[in-house]
Design a protein around this ligand. Structure first.
Ligand code: HEM
Length: 464
């Protein structure tokens, strides 16, 4: 008997073999509503019940949840060559982002990543510092007109600010006027992607179903934002002698290799990718950070002590980020508990073995940072908010245990950008304001990102 069959006796389901434990078809049906309502929580339950590799009984398609850090590390890093992105998740995302960096499969991705990586090098993302402070101050000016104990929707404010920062820092454009429409278009497009992924039958894009019409409208809005970004840039570059820093758009426009530069479709796809990937992710993470800070006032107090000591009332800069160690630890810990990208997927190219189970070629692998960040072998008391886990003197998490930005070659290209932005924005707000929850416990709604159902009301109060 081989090592594999010792662990699990293969069973046939239609045309596929079940090679790992998991729910039966009947059990899946009984769990259907729960899985739909709270898919992130459902995956956590599945791991608890069946172990670190769970196979779902899906006819025609072998689908596995892989939760153990070692196996996650194997799929995403060590043996990443064996795992592409030809999955429903990325196929649907491509309806919005086209063949941009996030959704692209291996060959097209390699060229793109080489072309685009320089745009995210250290110096290239430095302008996120002043841009974050400017946009945050603009939001805080609005708060200044409100009385203490006013309730705001922090989710809404974070969404708008994150989009404005992406617009300014990456594309040198003030999206403030367009922000409402572009933010809504991004959300609509992403909602439809989720709806498509959760429905067994989807209609091609050209059939005018209500969802397809909504998608077409959202795409039109996103395309017009892209056009505006490119038009503005043309105007600026046509005028000689304007003194300005090189930004990501300049680097994208100048990028080229032996095959030339990015054509207009590729350019559009990258810009939409960065709007989509760089906006709701950061906003979601900031929203949950404020929820955690609001419900853990002793942590918020420590944060205030740190920003008072390091910054006083002056505006933070990128150089301060390495000194704001507690603020950074808060951001890291919030990303552990509420990773905005709660699920990623891969497709195996050849057979592999994960956690001792045979994984056939062409299997879909579901990796959920949400689940792995709650793995009892790696995280004590995983549900509790404890920034101390990420202070500089704390042990570095083992590979595969902590992956809010993914790991391996497909790791988030915007990670440093996102961390700088988050630390600076949290610090800037904490200098002047204290936040407390104004509603009950928010319900995390796991769509493309995890967002609080119906927004997140919080009281804002000037610090005394
Ligand atoms: C807190 C904020 C963010 C989180 C949690 C996050 C999360 C992630 C994750 C989990 C992946 C890997 C997906 C996979 O392996 O399938 C990813 C990839 C990516 N992210 Fe982010 N992201 C964030 C911010 C950003 C920002 C600010 C940008 C751009 C400005 C960005 C652009 C991208 C792109 C282009 C990829 C694809 C990279 C590749 O495949 O080469 N992300 N992100």
């Amino acid at each position: 008997m081989s090592e594999l069959t010792k662990k699990f006796d293969k069973k046939r389901l239609g045309k596929i073999f079940l090679t790992a434990p998991g729910p039966t078809t009947k059990q899946m049906f009984s769990q259907f509503l729960k899985a739909r309502k709270d898919p992130a929580g459902f995956l956590v339950e599945m791991r608890k019940k069946y172990g670190d590799v769970v196979q779902f009984p899906i006819p025609m398609l072998p689908v596995y949840l892989v939760a153990h850090p070692e196996d996650v590390d194997r799929v995403m890093r060590v043996n990443s060559k064996n795992y592409g992105k030809r999955t429903i998740q990325y196929k649907n995302l491509a309806l919005v982002t086209g063949d941009g960096l996030l959704a692209a499969d291996t060959d097209s991705w390699k060229r793109q990543r080489k072309l685009i990586q320089p745009a995210f090098h250290h110096e290239a993302i430095m302008r996120v510092g002043p841009d974050t402070v400017l946009v945050t101050d603009r939001m805080l000016d609005k708060w200044d007109n409100l009385a203490d104990n006013t309730i705001i929707d922090i989710d809404d404010d974070m969404m708008h600010s994150a989009l404005e920062i992406v617009g300014r820092s990456l594309f040198g454009i003030d999206l403030a006027g367009d922000v409402e429409k572009t933010a809504q278009a991004t959300l609509d497009a992403l909602d439809i992607i989720v709806a498509r992924a959760r429905t067994p039958i989807t209609f091609p894009k050209w059939i005018p179903t209500p969802n397809n019409r909504k998608l077409a409208k959202a795409l039109k809005q996103l395309d017009s934002a892209v056009q505006r970004i490119l038009d503005e840039r043309k105007k600026i570059t046509a005028v000689a002698g304007i003194d300005r820093d090189v930004d990501m758009l300049d680097l994208l426009l100048a990028a080229h290799d032996d095959e030339g530069g990015l054509n207009s479709q590729e350019l559009r796809d990258q810009i939409v990718t960065f709007i989509v990937a760089g906006h709701e992710t950061v906003a979601s993470s900031l929203t949950w950070t404020w929820w955690l800070l609001g419900s853990n006032q002793e942590v918020q107090k420590k944060l205030q002590l740190e920003v008072d000591e390091i910054l006083g009332q002056r505006a933070p800069t990128v150089k301060d980020v390495e000194k704001l160690t507690y603020t950074k630890a808060i951001v890291d810990e919030a990303l552990r508990i509420f990773p905005p990208g709660w699920v990623v997927s891969r497709r195996s190219l050849e057979n592999d073995v994960l956690g001792g189970y045979e994984i056939p070629e062409s299997a879909v692998i579901i990796i959920s940072p949400w689940t792995t960040h709650r793995h009892p072998e790696s995280w004590n008391d995983a549900e509790s908010f404890n920034p101390e886990r990420f202070l500089p003197n704390a042990p570095t998490p083992q590979k595969g245990t902590y992956l809010p930005f993914g790991i391996g070659p497909r790791m988030c290209i915007g990670k440093d950008f996102a961390i700088l932005e988050s630390v600076l924005m949290i610090a800037r707000i904490a200098q002047k304001w204290n936040l407390t929850p104004a509603g009950g416990e928010p319900v995390p709604r796991a769509l493309v990102m995890v967002r609080p159902e119906g927004g997140l009301p919080m009281y804002i109060n000037r610090r005394t």
